[in-house]
Design a protein around this ligand. Structure first.
Ligand code: ZN
Length: 408
């Protein structure tokens, strides 16, 4: 059971080794000096990612604003169409009033003609009476002989005048009635026109509000479009950085392969020996070689030495010798925060020192370090049961007993 865990871990360590190899390329000092290191690029990516999420949240809030402003604009537009409908109703009422008034005016004209015709008829009758001097023609004119028979000449003319007067009064009364109607219609029309004017004012107010609201919508839309453009730029920076990181890893991996095969791109180690990596602490809690593993709870090989002591948490770890940082990252295989320094070739073998379980590391891939430089701080990250430094020395990536190189 316990050793299944161990086998699983053994597989992980193979992966770690692969990662280590991947880190070696940063050895080429000419490359690492000029190019941005992988961890620098990674930190730029994380900065850009936070910029991206802040832009996205700004864009979301602008969209929210646009939605609200659009809703307001829609409300105004619906008010406008209501008012326009009212205006149309008003206009149709006005038109019907006008046609009624026109009709009444025609009636008036007719009545006036009637009146005029009647006046002429009356005058003609009077003339006829005086010219003929008898009742016969009058009887004809009156159209009623029965009645006229009993009347004298003067009575007759008097009656005729009365009759005409009554007729004209009747026509005049009718005209008065029509004129009254016209007046009423005109009054109603005027009231309706006032209503229409009010509606037109309302329509104009709404139109200016509509203009403001639509300008507000497009201004926010423009801000949103600007931010989206910015977002696109950030996204493209992220993807180009990510591809640079991939390329850098690939280049590092290839350079490490070349170095493993004895390529001449890595120089010989020129420093003066190796320094103790954790100054002031000398307690070895786990030696190099086959031993009982307190984390994996089974016997297994130990690739390095564990250095600890009271109050060791957070104490500085130094570069054992000068060289180039090839790995500086959180290692998922169990090393926790992990740094590897390559020191170049010694007697034809590539020498690397490895530092695990750090609380944090203070260097980045590609960085040149001198012996004694602080590279990180003691922690208990990864597969660790307490604060200590796990320290390894490898020759061509094969772990060797560190005590062959360091002493305290
Ligand atoms: Zn260890």
């Amino acid at each position: 059971m316990r050793c299944r865990k161990f086998f699983k871990k053994a597989v992980s360590l193979v992966i770690i080794a692969a990662v280590c190899i991947g880190g070696f390329g940063a050895f080429k000092p000419t490359v690492s000096a000029r190019a941005e290191s992988i961890s620098e690029m990674k930190s730029r990516v994380s900065g850009l990612e936070s910029q991206k999420s802040s832009l996205q949240s700004k864009i979301d809030s602008l969209q929210n604003d646009i939605d609200k402003k659009q809703e307001y604009l829609d409300t105004i537009n619906s008010y406008i169409s209501t008012v326009e409908n009212k205006i149309m109703t008003c206009e149709s009422i006005l038109a019907s009033y006008q046609s009624e008034i026109d009709e009444l005016n025609r009636d008036i004209e007719k009545k006036e003609e009637e009146l005029k015709a009647n006046k002429e008829l009356f005058q003609r009758r009077i003339r006829s009476i005086y010219m003929s001097g008898n009742n016969n023609s009058l009887l004809f004119l009156m159209g009623s002989d029965e009645y006229a028979n009993y009347l004298s000449m003067s009575e007759f003319t008097e009656n005729l005048a009365k009759y005409d007067n009554a007729l004209m009064t009747k026509i005049n009364n009718a005209m008065d009635d029509i004129n009254k109607s016209i007046e009423e219609k005109n009054k109603a029309k005027k009231e309706q026109e006032a209503v229409k004017e009010e509606l037109a004012t309302e329509r104009a107010n709404l139109a200016s509000k509509q203009q403001e609201a639509s300008a507000a919508v497009s201004s926010v839309q423009k801000s949103k479009a600007d931010l989206q453009k910015e977002l696109k730029q950030v996204e493209s920076s992220i993807s180009s950085l990510e591809s640079s990181i991939d390329k850098a890893y690939e280049a590092a991996r290839r350079a490490a392969m070349e170095a493993q095969q004895g390529g001449g791109s890595v120089g010989n180690y020129s420093g003066k020996g190796f320094a103790w990596p954790l100054p002031g602490y000398t307690m070895i809690t786990s030696p190099f070689g086959f031993r009982y593993d307190p984390y994996y709870l089974c016997y297994r090989g130990h690739n390095g030495i564990d250095i600890s002591g009271g109050g060791v948490a957070g104490k500085p770890i130094i570069a054992s010798a000068s060289g180039t940082v090839t790995v500086a990252e959180f290692n998922n295989g169990g090393y926790g925060n992990y740094v590897v320094i390559s020191h170049g070739f010694m007697n034809g073998s590539l020498v690397t020192t490895h530092y695990g379980h750090m609380m944090s590391y203070a260097v980045s891939v590609g960085q040149s370090v001198k012996q004694g430089d602080i590279i990180g701080y003691v922690g208990t990250t990864g597969a660790s049961t307490g604060y200590h430094l796990h320290f390894e020395v490898r020759l061509n990536n094969s772990p060797v007993n560190p005590f062959g190189y360091v002493s305290y």
